[in-house]
Write a protein that binds this ligand. Sequence first.
Ligand SMILES: CC(=O)N[C@H]1[C@@H](OP(=O)(O)OP(=O)(O)OC[C@H]2O[C@@H](n3ccc(=O)[nH]c3=O)[C@H](O)[C@@H]2O)O[C@H](CO)[C@@H](O)[C@@H]1O
Length: 346
Amino acid sequence: MKNVVLTGGGTGGHLFAAIEFARFLKDRGYNPVIIGSVYGIENRILKKYPFDYVLLKSKGIMGKGLKDRFVNGFANLDALIHSIGVIKKLKPEFCVGFGGYVSLPVVLSCVILRRKSAILEQNSIPGKANRLLSRLVDLVFVNFDYTAQFLRGSIVVGNPTRIKTKGKHRLFDGRLKLGVVGGSRGARSINNSMIELSEFDLDIDVIHQTGVEDYSRVKDAYKRNGKNWQVVDFIEDMESFYKGIDFIICRSGASTLSEIACAGLGSILIPYPYAIYNHQYYNAKYFLDNEASIIIEDKDLSGKTLHTFISSLTADRLRVMSENAFDLCRRDACEKMLSYLEMVKR
Ligand SMILES: CC(=O)N[C@H]1[C@@H](OP(=O)(O)OP(=O)(O)OC[C@H]2O[C@@H](n3ccc(=O)[nH]c3=O)[C@H](O)[C@@H]2O)O[C@H](CO)[C@@H](O)[C@@H]1O
């Protein structure tokens, strides 16, 4: 079986797209090896999947102070050397970087060793590492059309997502069932505004993913405010979660957006305000422009704003948002990426 290397991680969005592509490639006779970081979510998640994987001691540099940049820079140099050793041994047919700090040393080592290589920029505005790598790799894939202006010669493919079927949402046939997700680590400002929302008289069902840190605080507040709303720290089975809700409040990370599109869910999007180049806002804007979502900026977020929007949702509005979201689902990202990769000759 031909080895292929997929790299990405740190947070869930990069990792789950890589895992989905790995699943697709394995079904087509390749042996995908995922390379992640010891410090990322992949250290916990990859054990559960039937793929070979390697974890490097790679650390993030962006948004860090001078001392951390220096220390982490050395860690990444070490990761690059380790990665060169791994790539030499695996001799992969191709390498694809899905983003996150570990992608940089791994894709660089594939380039250095002249293996066929590609990156996927999942976000509307590319980060520094992908801007650099885009000049070195054979293929540059992007998720949003908007991104093509930043990365010359890029190909729009979408983003691999594990969500395959549209949920049969009840869309207000009874009580609204609202899902709340803060991204792979939860989101404090969303958690705080949901606590405020629970003080209102609101006849809805809620299932809320808080992240580990805020779990008890949110659960206790709901109880105090007499709400029988469900609280989880992390959702393992996202497909069932999406199927069980009518509408979602979430951040606008690239993978969450691909998933809610394919699940056909209308949404209130709250872009993470400190994301590099404000990319979450531009990710969300694509959904807003297509009338699939409402955006509330983090600075305007409160229980009261959520209450105003949620109480104004009608069954018709929900249905239209759901259909518009579903139109944005790109189901063939994996097929497209593989067909381009197979065309590149080495
Ligand atoms: C702060 C920041 O810069 N975040 C970035 C990071 O986000 P991050 O990785 O947090 O967010 P994404 O929305 O892209 O992905 C979250 C992933 O985690 C999964 N999930 C989430 C919650 C849960 O309980 N269980 C679960 O499995 C979701 O299904 C999804 O697959 O990478 C994304 C992908 O490039 C970017 O778009 C985001 O802007």
